[in-house]
Write a protein that binds this ligand. Structure first.
Ligand SMILES: Nc1ncnc2c1ncn2[C@@H]1O[C@H](COP(=O)(O)OP(=O)(O)OP(=O)(O)O)[C@@H](O)[C@H]1O
Ligand SMILES: [Mg+2]
Length: 360
């Protein structure tokens, strides 16, 4: 018998990325950035915090959940990582109660206690919690002002996060089960990944470079389409976003300076929407399949039908992949009311005819 004393091998970022790509379609930059950070974290090497920005329904929360699932799927990885995911608003609420940052630490401690089990002592639990991975979702909700009005809970929440990031002595109430009292915790080993849609950011940056302060910096390009020539402004947020735009949005310079990487998620293409619709375990199609199966009916969709649905979803502004559900609901509704009578064979076959009829 041989004893394995080597620490378990750390997966490469490439391996992590390919696992995450089963859940997150497209969004290569974000998936890769996340994978490199996670590999470093698992290897016990320091890595910088990440801020993800992307329109609603483009996969930010899906990516966070993908990482949680990935870590949970392998006991050897789960052994080396404690993850919590929370909504940024929670930080504002607890900051109002005067103990910024404690909610995150307490959740990490609870999580690592669950993972390490009964036998672990307080020092082991705390030590592991201090190395945790913290996902803060909807971080744009803690902007410091909304319109002209200051957003007090947002300001406090940003301060709460600031307190935690890179801090070496956070006062923490020790839970009763660990003896109570207070202690100081070094939280500098935490990795933060924050995400938000930053609704309105796109428009304000576009305005800055077209009609605002930097008017004229966006040059029009000549496009030839169907034999016709026209001038078009080609704008991408990725190219024009500056830190100042995020300050103006209401993220404080101190807060932003704690992020090494700002990653932009792209709007989804029709091809990506088709894949999400067909492959995602929580897509409307999967739900419909489950529902009709309870009446012994299959749902079969032609490639052209899937494409029509994705194209209709892509035309909906600001919903991202969420539009798929709404579009598909309109398509499937007529059969849902009475599956046995309305579907004569054992399968509901949807082709572009059915889809176009429902959508037009
Ligand atoms: N890139 C993607 N890959 C796979 N599924 C996706 C992707 N983007 C969105 N989806 C699907 O769309 C739905 C919404 O996605 P998600 O919750 O990740 O959006 P979000 O970016 O967090 O949006 P919001 O800013 O509104 O919170 C989910 O059901 C998810 O399955
Ligand atoms: Mg989300």
């Amino acid at each position: 018998m041989s004893h394995n004393t080597k620490p378990p091998r750390t997966p490469t970022p490439k391996e992590i990325a390919s696992a995450l790509s089963l859940r997150v379609i497209g969004q290569r930059d974000a998936v890769e950035e996340m994978s490199v950070a996670l590999a470093k974290k698992l290897a016990g090497v320091r890595t910088g915090n990440i801020l993800m920005i992307g329109s609603s329904g483009t996969g930010k929360t899906t990516l966070m959940r993908g990482v949680e699932e990935y870590l949970a799927s392998d006991p050897r990885l789960a052994q080396r990582s404690t993850v919590v995911r929370l909504h940024a608003n929670v930080l504002g609420e607890e900051a109002e109660r005067g103990r910024p940052g404690e909610a995150i630490l307490h959740r990490l401690i609870e999580r690592s206690r669950e993972q390490l089990g009964e036998a672990a002592n307080w020092d082991q639990i705390l030590d592991r919690a201090r190395q945790g991975l913290v996902f803060v979702d909807e971080v744009d909700k803690i902007r410091s002002q909304v319109g002209d009005r200051p957003n007090v809970s947002g300001i406090r929440a940003q301060e709460a996060l600031l307190t935690l990031i890179e801090n070496e002595a956070i006062p923490l109430r020790v839970p009763e089960w660990a003896g109570g009292g207070t202690t100081n915790v070094d939280s500098s080993g935490l990795l933060f990944v924050c995400a938000g849609a930053f609704e309105g950011l796109y428009d304000s940056v576009f305005d800055r470079v077209t009609v605002g302060k930097d008017k004229g910096s966006l040059q029009s390009v000549t496009v030839v389409e169907d034999g016709r020539v026209r001038e078009e402004l080609q704008f991408s947020l990725r190219e024009w976003l500056r830190n100042e735009d995020l300050f103006d949005y209401g993220m404080s310079p101190q807060f932003l300076s704690r992020f090494d990487a700002v990653v932009l998620l792209a709007d989804l293409t029709v091809e990506e929407l088709v894949r999400i619709f067909l492959e995602s375990p929580d897509s409307g199609l999967q739900q419909a399949k489950e529902y009709f199966a309870t009446y012994g009916k299959k749902v079969v969709l032609s490639p052209a039908a899937a494409r029509s649905i994705a194209a209709a979803a892509a035309r909906q502004p600001r919903l991202g992949a969420r539009a798929l559900k709404e579009v598909f609901r309109r398509v499937i509704r007529p059969w849902e009311i009475d599956p046995e009578a309305s579907i004569s064979s054992d399968a509901l076959v949807l082709d572009s005819g059915e889809v176009d009829a429902a959508l037009n």
